[in-house]
Design a protein. Structure first.
Lengths: 332, 232
């Protein structure tokens, strides 16, 4: 399979160097690590907000470093958790004296490595709180996790927690708003094609020319159902109904949504999906307060999309619309 | 020259050799129920750890153990890094005043506690805890209740770990990657319990060497059921 890479072993290192070179005023790489932090980290007197996970989901997580979102992020190898010592350096580098919130996607390796790091930095006197994002409504247990997987809803968590920290919230408040998003968000994804990891160089799973997979994860791990190819409206209905059934929202509820591309899907198709999504949400009596369309949480070059819905109240609306200035997301 | 520290360095080196020798065996066990990376990851991690502790200047035992743990944490990756490495780092604090029977028991108990907490696993989940728990309990009882010498206590613990590994075969996995197999995990020997046994066997062999004694022959057939609670 053709790829714009050199040695697969160098992909993450070269990507990180390239990111810092593209945003030299915003990003800094901690020496001898795969950790990126904002150039001015730690920000004195502000709660630090950090995240991290395997690479291959760009712009997640490093692309969300900047004013109003993350203070730093650890990048693991492709689809592999960063190690505990990298998380340790990340947290230490982002502690401006007010403590640090760790936003963890619910995968066994991520959770264990992050928690080990947290226990270690706590012994050094750093105050740390954590939230575990598990927004994928498709599966309860999967190849990489017990419980639900953390997927695109994580972006709303980054945004809300980052905004709360930027406005001067203390660690408890920052954790509270992050958890509020986690409690009110759901996501479901689908794949038209498999991703191709740099290491393997061929599709992770076989999907026939006329097949799609519903409920897919973001690492090429299996979904819930393999079906014949459907048109955009039908796919959108499947995803949206699954998410809404899980969230069980009251009529009149305001929601924020993300139509997320998996990395290999044209923006044109994402907007087509969004067209039907808006109708469906209206049919359910929901009021769409805000919609984001684009590649936020990708799975390398996988074609497909996910739909995220988050019930919002006045507080979340304020936080999600607060200014953010990062490589991957700008809100003015 | 810290002789105990040197002995722990020798133990780490001997574990590294053993894991390398068992690499394919561990990978085979893991490929049956997981993602076939346990042998490779552990071999790489322990080889790096052996290099790292070999570079230390006249270290004490706690420093060797902590360095080993930190290296495993950064080299093994996945869930095994925090489980094997992170737990060693935390437990190394128990050895700060050196190794004797009392601190060795405290070390073993802390290590088990950290593995249980981090993995959220208990006996019967078909994990490394199934080897570790009987080993640590037997070691504690042998030292505290039976007043056995360190070598004999460790030999009993290794024997208990071996039974624990055997126990993982007929039970169903409820933690770790193997748990996704559900009932299909029954009949498989857990790779984590197995590598835990290998590590303990090398500790025993190195300890015997260090103390200039033969590895005691403990009765592998009689059950080591404690007749009283060592806490009482």
């Amino acid at each position: 399979m053709k790829k714009l890479i050199n040695d697969p072993d160098d992909v993450v290192d070269e990507m990180l160097e390239g990111m810092v070179a593209a945003y030299p005023d915003q990003l800094r790489r901690l020496p001898d690590t795969q950790v990126l932090v904002r150039d001015d980290a730690p920000v004195d007197g502000k709660v630090g907000v950090v995240s991290g996970g395997g690479s291959g989901h760009e712009p997640t997580h490093g692309g969300y470093i900047g004013d109003g979102m993350l203070d730093g992020a650890a990048a693991g190898d492709v689809f592999s958790s960063p190690t505990a010592d990298e998380f340790e350096e990340l947290i230490a580098a982002c502690d401006g004296g007010e403590g640090v919130l760790a936003v963890i996607k619910n995968y066994e390796g991520d959770v264990m490595n992050f928690e080990t790091a947290i226990e270690m930095v706590e012994m050094e006197g750093v105050e740390v709180a954590q939230v575990v994002v598990d927004d994928d409504v498709a599966v309860e247990d999967s190849l990489y996790t017990s419980g639900r997987r953390g997927v695109c809803g994580t972006i709303f968590v980054h945004k809300a927690a980052g905004a709360k920290a930027a406005e001067g919230g203390d660690l408890e408040e920052v954790q509270r708003v992050a958890q509020k998003v986690v409690d009110n968000v759901g996501t479901m994804g689908m794949a038209l094609t498999s991703c191709v990891t740099p290491e393997k160089g061929e599709p992770t799973f076989d999907l026939g020319a006329e097949e799609i997979e519903l409920g897919i994860g973001i690492h090429g791990e299996p979904g819930t159902e393999r079906t014949d190819v459907m048109d955009a409206d039908a796919v959108t209905e499947e995803l949206t109904e699954s998410v809404l059934e899980d969230l069980d929202l009251d009529e009149g509820q305001e929601v924020a949504t993300i139509v997320n591309g998996m990395g290999g899907t044209p923006l044109m198709e994402l907007f087509v999906v969004n067209d039907r999504l808006q109708e469906l949400l209206a049919d359910h009596g929901l009021k769409v307060w805000d919609t984001w369309v684009g590649d936020y949480m990708t799975s390398l070059d996988m074609a497909g999309c996910s739909i995220t819905v988050c019930a919002v109240d006045d507080e979340l609306k304020e936080l999600l619309s607060a200014p953010a200035d990062t490589p991957g997301l700008t809100v003015q | 020259m810290n002789a105990d520290g040197q002995a722990v360095v020798a133990a780490v080196e001997s574990v590294a050799e053993r894991i390398e020798a068992e690499r394919d065996h561990l990978t085979d066990l893991d490929s049956a129920i997981g993602d076939a990376d346990h042998g490779g990851n552990m071999a790489r991690g322990w080889a790096e750890a052996a290099d790292a502790v070999g570079d230390l200047e006249d270290p004490d035992p706690a420093t060797v153990v902590k360095t080993t743990g930190k290296t495993l944490m950064s080299e093994v990756g996945g869930a095994s890094g925090p489980l094997y490495g992170g737990s060693l780092v935390f437990a190394s604090a128990e050895l700060e005043d050196g190794i004797d029977a009392e601190s060795a028991v405290a070390f073993a108990e802390t290590y088990l506690e950290k593995v249980e907490d981090r993995g959220d696993a208990r006996v019967g989940d078909q994990t490394m805890v199934d080897a570790l728990t009987p080993a640590v309990h037997t070691f504690k009882k042998s030292v505290e209740t039976d007043d056995l010498g360190p070598l004999e206590a460790l030999a009993k613990a290794v024997d208990a770990a071996e039974r624990g590994v055997a126990f993982t075969v007929p039970i169903r996995a409820s933690k770790g990657r193997a748990s996704y197999l559900g009932w299909r995990s029954v009949g498989h020997q857990d790779p984590g319990a197995t590598s835990t046994l290998f590590i303990m066997e090398e500790l025993l062999a190195t300890a015997a060497d260090h103390l200039g004694a033969d590895v005691p022959d403990v009765d592998a057939t009689s059950p080591t059921i404690p007749d009283e609670d060592p806490e009482e």
